[in-house]
Design a protein around this ligand. Structure first.
Ligand code: C5P
Length: 326
């Protein structure tokens, strides 16, 4: 009989990155988390996670590429540990525990891919409620990745309403340049700084986010989305908090805005900064411009190593993947 713990072919999972186009912090909750109102778009940025069953030992994770988030939190390993516990009774090898996995991460990844990849490696499933519960336990934004697609995120991150997103009339995709400085931003510290007063004018991000959620809900053309860049870039309530903790980002963001002549937004609690473009070709050109400006010393990047710069389309993974990294 087959040993259910033996899978020779690694399972490959693609983990879509996301972009917070708006992020309003509504307030601190009794449980210490914050209620949010955030419009999120999926990115075609392809991150690969491969998982193979290990004959012995513990789960292991190796990574290639630049990922400043990795040292801070090991979400992938946490996701696998929690998924193992949830699937222990139902996988084909029960009552033995699902075996250790060797996980290889290429550039950035996310925990939702690890949950589904682990279930597939162990040849089992969970109900969607069980998967959602595991996801929220691992992190507030993990339920979003299970859902996929453009979405409005509310509550701590568990209320996910799918939105139409970008209406692709002419086969064009909106695109974005992402610049991630090599500085360790800790989400919990950013929320704490917000709570102690490092916030913008109350209500502004929320009004933009609510209005934009209704627009994005019924579908927005590429050009309309790009026209909204300035108002979206100003609709992140965590920006003042992140900038207060990492003042080096202030001149860097200004330098990017000057170099690209575009509004520069920040995704989530940072440090990834974004600029919107009406096509992947233009976004790739812009990524090249930033790369060269840093190379020639025209922009002094914060952090000890160079930022991670990439151009990617905004959209669902099944709409086709296109990435470039400089
Ligand atoms: O849930 P996750 O582990 O991603 O959150 C990291 C930290 O960010 C939390 O410990 C909390 O301090 C903060 N957070 C928050 N409100 C949210 C999401 C995260 O305060 N909705």
């Amino acid at each position: 009989m087959d040993d259910p713990g033996r899978r020779l072919t690694p399972i490959i999972r693609m983990a879509p990155a996301k972009l917070n186009l708006t992020l309003a912090v509504i307030g601190r909750r009794p449980d210490g988390y914050h209620d949010l109102h955030s419009v999120v778009a999926p990115l075609a940025l392809a991150d690969y996670l491969s998982l193979a069953v290990q004959p012995a030992g513990a789960d292991s994770l190796t990574a290639t590429g630049f990922d400043p988030g990795l040292s801070e939190d090991n979400l992938v390993l946490r996701a696998i540990a929690r998924t193992r516990r949830a699937a222990a009774g139902s996988w084909p090898g029960a009552p033995a525990a699902p075996p250790a996995l060797a996980v290889r991460l290429e550039t950035r990844s996310d925990a939702a891919a690890a949950i589904d990849g682990a279930l597939e490696a162990w040849d089992t499933t969970l109900t969607s409620d069980e998967r959602a519960a595991v996801a929220l336990e691992v992190g507030s934004d993990v339920p979003l990745f299970l859902a996929g697609g453009a979405a409005l995120i509310e509550g701590r991150g568990e209320r996910v309403t799918p939105l139409h997103g970008v209406r692709d009339l002419h086969g064009e995709a909106a695109a974005v340049v992402l610049v991630t400085p090599a500085i360790p931003v800790r989400t919990a510290e950013v929320f704490a700084a917000w709570s102690s007063g490092a916030m913008g004018e109350p209500g502004v991000a929320r009004r933009t986010s609510e209005h934009f959620a209704s627009e994005f809900g019924s579908g927005l053309s590429v050009s309309r989305l790009v026209e909204r860049a300035a108002v979206l870039a100003a609709a992140n309530d965590l920006l003042p908090a992140t900038l207060s903790l990492h003042p080096v980002l202030v001149p860097f963001r200004r330098a990017l805005a000057r170099t690209l002549a575009r509004p520069i937004g920040m995704s989530g609690s940072g440090p990834t900064l974004w600029a919107l473009y009406p096509s992947i070709v233009q976004a790739e050109q812009a990524a090249g411009v930033v790369d060269e400006a840093i190379e020639r010393g025209l922009i002094g990047p914060p952090g000890e190593s160079r930022p991670f710069i990439t151009a990617t389309a905004i959209g669902n993974l099944d709409a086709g993947v296109r990435t470039s990294s400089s």
